[in-house]
Design a binder for this molecule. Sequence first.
Ligand code: 13P
Length: 254
Amino acid sequence: MKIRKPIVIANWKLNGGLDLICVSVASFIGKHFNADIAICPPYIYMRDMMTFLQFSELHIGSQNVSRYQSGAYTGETSAQMLKQAGCSLCLIGHSERRAIFGETNEGCNIKVRTVLTHDLLPVLCVGENQQEREANVTEDVLYKQIREGLANINLDGKDLCIAYEPVWAIGTGLAATPTIAQEVHQFIRAQLADMFGHEIANRLRILYGGSVNKINTRELLEQKDVDGLLVGGASLDPGHFLAICQQASELAVS
Ligand code: 13P
């Protein structure tokens, strides 16, 4: 049985449309899960998804959030707007946003704080790239991402998730082995304990992401410190995503 309630999040990235929303939500209707399940569609589909959600336990997440509250920031969406749209959680600092859109640890820190202020669940994404893993600096990279991303944050009464997504595993079909995932998650939890104390570190959930599918779900989630999954490509197939969520739910109670 998992110590912490599993959480499975689908990150659709710049994919999907109304058809996928209908089929995905329909496959969850009337089903109960012992896990928190969320889908992060492109912003434009959030409201459409909300209208279909009332008979399912699905939550809606956003793939990003503005660091600003309001004003002359063309193209941005604030945490308050996301909250009003029915969103429950926000991904922050996904590696694609870091690599393609120049997001920094400092910017992620502002976003985490903004999201917490609006009672949304921040999911801070961290992870090393291939060169960093080969150069044996994975822990240094994660240390900086976590320390700077979570600097000056008070988590009393607040929840937060970390998603470990090794860049070399994203979209490559080469998921981290369960052993690597556990080692890294343990390291991340130790950092959280150092920053926030053991009690808080023991309740925060750490997700793994990177080529997750219905075949490797079980072995990854069986690891003590793997509390959930962040799923990209496999979440675009509703039946496949459902199978991942069902396994997470079973592991929660078995
Ligand atoms: P894949 O599951 O397609 O590797 O993507 C992982 C990811 O980036 C989820 O945020």
